[in-house]
Design a protein around this ligand. Structure first.
Ligand SMILES: [Zn+2]
Length: 377
């Protein structure tokens, strides 16, 4: 794997990840790009004790551009994009319209107690999985998934060294139904200047579980699912993917390495290799969920693309003595879920979910697991 770091015309960092060690990436960004100003701020909700990123400047960002103006395609035929090279494998660059930035503007708004405000420090990056505009993650080769995994791992390592960063989150939103504004296959990485509420809650639960049982919560959950087996979708020697007992979403799968580790950096070669195959298999199953049988049987048919969110859960950056208490309890895993319930029907976060955080799931987790097993031979 070769990594080549460069700068775009407005100073943002861009990094090429190549499977070939002899790849040459020397093209320069020739666009007359003005420096963009980040106006985000973090406002503290004193009632829920949560930070909200207020990023009013993002309203002007690129919204569903035509395919021939895609900013994530390589620069070709005189058309200049975010990626200066005429082709690439995997590329990561700083978002032009970041919600979180390394050098946020000075605080302008004063907050009176109980309110609090702070700069939206951190970093937002875009990860392009392929130069092929019409592809999808599920179409990538296992080797390419390996390069993406290397990029996620490298970014986690690099972003963890930034002074303000407390947690690194790699994720993919796929499909217009999820609110994706660019069709080109890509994901994002958020480096937050705080531990996210969801992670905080998971850690608190795991700490309580440790106090009560002496064991790790995530290991116990994985062991119970493997013993039961009914909700397992796919399993290998190093990973198991299952629908959780109390799934929130119609089709939701959690992917765990059998060996508990805190983050992507700790995965060994055998775990990485198996993940590339298992994850592709899982994404292909998701795409087949809502594809009519006649389309599956048709020659050269394209499966109906299922909208999904793929979210890597990693332990906070600071763990151990002096770090986040109990952070070492958190187990690296991926949560993959779709908001689609059935063909043409989406699960909306309505009153109970949005108003009270109480999910109503119309699909039984055991049924979801069975469908995901049976959808692909
Ligand atoms: Zn594109």
């Amino acid at each position: 794997m070769k990594k080549t770091s460069t700068r775009l015309a407005d100073g943002r960092e861009l990094i090429y990840y190549d499977s070939r060690d002899d790849a040459v990436r020397s093209a320069e960004d020739l666009r007359p790009l003005p420096h963009t100003e980040t106006l985000s701020e973090l406002r503290h909700d004193p009632v829920l004790d949560e930070w909200v990123v207020v990023a009013a400047h993002r309203q002007g960002r690129t919204y569903h551009p035509p395919a021939d103006e895609c900013p994530l395609c390589p620069s070709r035929d005189g058309r200049l994009s975010e990626i200066p090279e005429s082709d690439y494998e995997v590329v990561v660059f700083e978002n032009r319209f970041p919600s979180l930035a390394a050098h946020p503007h000075p605080e302008e708004v004063r907050a009176a107690p109980p309110n609090a405000i702070r700069p939206a420090a951190g970093r937002c990056e875009v990860v392009c999985f392929t130069s092929d505009h019409d592809a999808s993650f599920a179409d990538l080769s296992p080797r390419r998934v390996g390069t993406v995994l290397e990029a996620w791992t490298d970014r986690t390592a690099e972003l963890s060294t930034l002074p303000d960063v407390e947690q690194v989150f790699c994720f993919e939103n796929r499909g217009v139904e999820i609110g994706v504004t660019l069709e080109h296959p890509h994901g994002q990485i958020y480096a937050y200047p705080f531990v996210t509420p969801r992670t905080e809650r998971m850690i608190a639960t795991a700490v309580a579980h440790r106090a009560g049982t002496g064991r790790n919560l995530f290991e116990d959950q994985l062991e119970a699912e493997r013993r039961d087996g009914e909700r397992i979708v796919v399993a290998g020697e190093h990973w198991t993917a299952f629908v959780p007992f109390a799934a929130h979403w119609p089709y939701e799968v959690h992917v765990y390495p059998h060996r508990r580790v805190g983050d992507l950096l700790a995965l060994d070669d055998a775990e990485r290799e198996e993940f590339t195959h298992l994850y592709l298999d899982l994404l292909q199953r998701f795409d087949l969920l809502f594809t009519p049988h006649e389309a599956v049987d048709a020659v050269n048919s394209t499966p109906h693309r299922t909208p999904y969110i793929a979210a890597w859960h990693q332990a906070p950056v600071r763990r151990g003595p002096g770090g986040v208490e109990g952070a070492e309890e958190l187990a690296l895993h991926m949560e993959l879920f779709t908001i689609r319930r059935t063909v043409g029907k989406l699960k909306f976060l309505a009153g109970s979910e949005s108003g009270m955080d109480v999910f109503i799931n119309d699909v039984a987790p055991e049924h979801a697991a069975r469908r995901l097993r049976e959808v692909k031979a």
